[in-house]
Design a binder for this molecule. Structure first.
Ligand code: PEP
Ligand code: MG
Length: 296
């Protein structure tokens, strides 16, 4: 039985730890787009950042941010997090997000097109710059790297191999970095769910992106009001996909969290806990809501 207590802000305790009925720890992480968000999330009680959307750094720059610029931004965020994990998602551009300085062809179906990891793998020089900056920021805190929109095993393998190459480079250059930095992936395409067992052998962790996963599983554009009833993360097919991903992670013994908006949906919490989810990465207001909820 769940007891929900809305604490007023004077009573609000950001350090509160959340447990399931059976006494299992539940982790509340934050989603962030910049260092201010990271600071606000930590202040609100986030036990780490489950999703740092690095594309905002790119969108606010006049040109591709160079390694030093990225290193500075990620290090600052890592410093704010201290021992808490900071999960930096590599550039997730395309779909509904554009870079003013990057020429992109007009596409019929941008969400099925040239976006996220597909762009990173096609632009290895830019991708290496970002990977190096993340690895170097790893020397400043508990940093992790996560790839968006993974669809094929080869995409993850290639990206992971690029990380290894950057590690070898940094080693040669003698720059401080984290050689054991964890490398994970978003589960947000049906293909990644169907191959979750295989991906779980290669990735250090999974994070379920229900915003995209819902639109791809339901074949319903996340921004189209005409079919918004179909774009429903509560749909049985989406639940099934989430369950498959959680089981695959458990079987392989890797960590799994959820960073899509569904993680913050109060009506989903019971189901997600029942499916075995223990790590919820949510927006800043939702951190407070979660932490004001006593589960006992
Ligand atoms: C998602 O797809 O659920 C997600 C967290 O990524 P974004 O909303 O940035 O696409
Ligand atoms: Mg997404």
């Amino acid at each position: 039985k769940e007891k929900v207590t809305q604490l007023n802000s004077a009573d609000y305790d950001p350090e509160r730890e959340i447990y399931t009925e059976d006494g299992e720890r539940v982790w509340i992480l934050g989603n962030a787009g910049n260092t201010e968000d990271v600071a606000a999330a930590v202040k609100a009680g986030a036990e780490g950042i489950g999703l740092f959307r690095s594309e905002f750094l790119y969108m606010e720059s006049e040109d591709f941010p160079d390694e030093e610029c990225q290193y500075k931004a990620y290090s600052e965020a890592a410093g704010i997090c201290g021992e808490r994990p900071l999960t930096i998602r590599t550039l997730d551009i395309g779909g509904d997000k554009a870079l003013p300085y990057m020429q992109m062809d007009k596409e019929e179906n941008p969400f099925l097109g040239y976006r996220a990891i597909r762009i990173s793998l096609a632009c290895p020089q830019q991708f290496r710059t970002q990977i190096r900056a993340i690895l170097r920021a790893g020397a400043k805190g508990n940093v992790r790297m996560m790839f968006p929109m993974i669809t094929t095993l080869n995409e993850f393998r290639t990206a992971r191999q690029m990380v290894d190459e950057c590690i070898a480079e940094l080693d040669k250059e003698g720059l401080p970095f984290d050689r054991n930095l964890k490398v994970g992936m978003m589960i947000e395409t049906p293909a990644s769910v169907l191959l979750a067992d295989e991906f779980a052998k290669m990735a250090d962790f999974f994070s379920i992106g229900t915003n995209d996963l819902t639109q791809y599983i339901m074949a319903a554009d996340r921004g189209n009001a005409n079919i918004s009833d179909l774009y429903d993360p509560h749909a049985e097919a989406v639940t099934k996909a989430i369950e498959i991903a959680i089981k695959a992670a458990a079987k392989a013994g890797i960590e799994i969290s959820m960073c899509g908006e569904y993680a913050a949906d109060p009506s989903a919490k019971e189901l997600l806990l029942r499916l075995g989810l223990r790590k919820f990465s949510v927006s800043i207001p939702a951190i407070r809501r979660f932490k004001s909820t006593v589960i006992d």
